[in-house]
Design a binder for this molecule. Structure first.
Ligand SMILES: [Zn+2]
Length: 703
């Protein structure tokens, strides 16, 4: 007790008037359980505080950090509380079994030392009492901190090196995902449970087919299939659990190299910059394959080949990438057919897909390149429907020679899928039957007089039987709903449909995602530029075969300013209108000449009316309200003019023109005739009309 008699002098009444804090910590729960005596020893520090002159009611034990590692103060609420108390000047003494328990990290440790010296708190361990204000004590405490951190570092290095050496030999027991099992001798085999195996195979097959973890999840959910999982800790350790399919558990399976038969160590690392306070598991990143510490291929049997694993990884990566990172993205359900494969022909960036309209019914492709980076105007925005139709037409035309092959493939695919699903059902049923059998055995084994137990077991047995019934019913319904579709009779139908690819393409059952998927098998990219030529959309299809074709079409637009044929339309409307042609006929004429409105529709008379008012062409009076033009400015006659002057029908005038009795010119269909007639000619025509068998018409047309 000599040390205490020396040190007691350090503890003055000023110190003793403040609180004494006894800090207790064991770094892991295992230590807490196994080294109970050490914990007891730590609690005995209270006695030590008493012996140093603190009354019991002024001694506070901080044991919030039991079972927490001392590597950093984060998560250690007790330590944080201690720091706060010292900082508030409430602490006279901080006591711990040995100083290193206070902090295993230099910065935490010096922080505490600084605060203690500033606010005059003493630090004690089981042997000594230190005053951080005294040079010697401070030196010793500082060294203790450094030693402590160095020690921790050494322990870590040794543990890590040990683990790594074992891992390099493939002997370190890595955590195995569901579907793999470790035998007594340490070798890894497939989990003998057939249902687990089949489900995992289904997940891999479906990913190969659908191409996205999300689609696989959707597929499993729709078919009420669960995902086998393992927990690496807790009471259910290493037991298969069936979880609801989620994006994360499916991605976990796809990302796990153990399924490809590889033994991998050091696949993850912690990135301190990405850690989030209060989330211990945060900041973990998956390392690229070449950074893995250990990777032994063909270490154990797997579900997929290493090549498939690499392909899956690449596929997941491509799905995850945003357009501007160069990935295609996943085909989605939206209407925009070229989503993910359309490239801006002006700046070469991937174009994003958007929807306008109240229900988002108008899809478009947009290049935001400059707008996103420099805040400038968006590069271009191309409306999707017209472009999609053009591409679709070209693709369907390109596909014709191969259509039968494709149809057969589609059929095989369907059949395979149904078989796979059927197998899943059979396994489910088998499991249920096994459960029932086990319940029955348990019931049989119990002494019938033990009513309490027997009743419970009987109940369990009944439940298991009911589960079978339920499952059988569901299976039957599923068969009705799904399997009937590909009975031999329907085979011919499907073949027939398949032969006609446009029909398959347009079938109601073909979803937008299916179409996009099909399209991507054929088309790599579509490059679009709608500013190359006014009112037109230029595009290039880069086919998967490596061929490129260029195309152009007149686009629909909102205003005639953007219309590719705007000048021609205006010229024709002015010309026809000047010839006295009414709007209805102008519309028909333009349509006949192959011109279309901004929306790509045939012209109607009101379109012409609107256009004339836009272009300031004065409105003509409607037919019937004003007499038709009779004479031209140069004195020549129109048909109506001849009718009026001679007193014959329009038909007669036309027949005279045909026969060459009178001569006239006109610039085109619907154009007014110009017929030059002298007064003498009019008179002779009148005579000719009177001599005609038909009586002259009484009623004059017009006026
Ligand atoms: Zn662009």
């Amino acid at each position: 007790m000599t040390t205490d008699s020396v040190t007691v002098s350090k503890a003055t009444p000023t110190h003793q008037a403040k609180q004494a804090y006894v800090y207790i910590r064991q770094s892991s729960m295992g230590q807490v359980l196994r080294h109970g005596e050490s914990t007891d020893l730590q609690y005995r520090l209270v006695e030590r505080a008493v012996s140093l002159g603190w009354p019991r009611d002024r001694i506070q034990v901080i044991d919030d950090d039991l079972g927490k590692s001392g590597a950093s103060s984060e998560q250690r609420l007790g330590f944080q509380f201690l720091i706060a108390e010292v900082g508030l000047g409430r602490a006279g003494l901080v006591i711990s079994l040995d100083a290193s328990r206070l902090a295993r990290n230099n910065s935490d440790w010096y922080h505490l030392l600084d605060l203690c010296s500033m606010f005059g708190a003493l630090i004690a361990d089981s042997e000594k009492l230190y005053d951080p204000r005294l040079y010697h004590d401070r030196l010793i405490l500082g060294l203790t901190g450094m030693m402590s951190e160095a020690e921790l570092h050494q322990i870590r290095t040794r543990l890590h090196a040990g683990g790594r050496h074992k891992a390099e030999r493939g002997e370190l027991r890595i955590f195995l995902p569901a579907g793999l099992a470790r035998q007594a001798d340490g070798t890894i085999t497939l989990n003998p449970d057939q249902e687990v195996q089949a489900r995992l195979r289904l997940i891999f097959d479906k990913f190969a087919e659908l191409g996205s973890a999300r689609a696989v999840r959707k597929y499993l959910s729709e078919n009420h299939l669960l995902v086998p999982t393992h927990h690496n800790s807790g009471p259910a350790h290493n037991r298969i659990e069936w979880s609801v399919p989620s994006g994360s558990n499916i991605r976990y399976i796809l990302h796990n190299p153990a399924y490809a038969g590889a033994y991998v160590y050091g696949r993850r690392a912690t990135d301190p910059a990405r850690r989030k306070p209060g989330q211990p598991g945060s900041g973990i990143i998956l390392l690229p394959i070449d950074k893995w510490a250990v990777c032994i291929r063909d270490h154990h049997p797997g579900y997929i080949s290493w090549e498939t694993y690499l392909a899956n990884r690449a596929r997941l990566q491509a799905n995850r990438n945003r357009f501007n990172k160069g990935g295609q993205g996943v085909p989605r359900e939206g209407k925009a057919l070229l989503q993910g494969i359309v490239i801006c022909g002006r700046c070469g960036r991937h174009m994003s897909t958007g929807y306008t309209g109240q229900q988002g019914e108008y899809p478009y492709y947009r290049c935001d390149g400059d707008a996103q980076i420099f805040g400038g105007p968006s590069c271009q925005q191309v409306r999707a429907p017209q472009l999609d139709v053009e591409v679709e037409r070209l693709v369907l035309a390109a596909l014709e020679p191969d259509r039968i092959v494709l149809a057969l493939d589609a059929l095989d695919q369907l059949e395979l899928e149904m078989k796979a699903l059927n197998r899943q059902w059979e396994l489910k049923l088998e499991r249920a039957r096994y459960e029932a059998l086990r319940a029955q055995r348990q019931y049989d084994a119990v002494d019938p007089d033990n009513r309490l137990v027997a009743r419970t077991l009987e109940h369990q047995w009944e439940q298991a039987l009911r589960a079978i019934e339920q499952l059988e019913r569901e299976y039957a319904t599923w068969k009705l709903e799904n399997q009937s579709e590909i009975t031999p009779q329907n085979r011919q139908e499907i073949l027939a449909i398949g032969e006609d690819l446009p029909k398959v393409w347009n079938a109601q059952t073909t979803t937008n995602a299916d179409r996009k998927y099909l399209l991507r098998l054929i088309v790599k990219q579509v490059i679009v530029d709608q500013k190359r030529e006014q009112g037109k959309v230029w595009f290039q299809i880069n086919w998967q075969t490596g061929a490129c074709t260029q195309h152009i079409f007149t686009r629909t637009c909102i205003s005639y300013q953007q219309h590719g044929e705007a000048t021609r339309i205006e010229q024709r409307v002015r010309e026809l209108h000047a010839n006295g042609v009414n709007d209805r006929l102008i519309a028909e004429t333009l349509n006949a000449e192959g011109l279309r409105t901004t929306y790509g529709q045939p012209f109607k008379y009101h379109n012409i009316y609107d256009l004339r008012s836009t272009w300031g062409i004065p409105s003509a009076k409607e037919e019937g309200l004003e007499p038709n033009r009779l004479r031209w400015a140069d004195g020549s006659y129109t048909i109506s003019g001849v009718v009026d002057a001679v007193g014959v029908t329009k038909g007669t005038v036309h027949s005279w023109l045909e026969k060459g009795i009178i001569k006239g010119t006109h610039t085109g269909p619907y154009m007014l005739w110009k017929i030059a007639l002298t007064d003498e000619e009019i008179l002779s025509l009148r005579k000719r009309a009177r001599s005609h068998t038909h009586p002259p018409r009484e009623k004059k047309i017009g006026r």
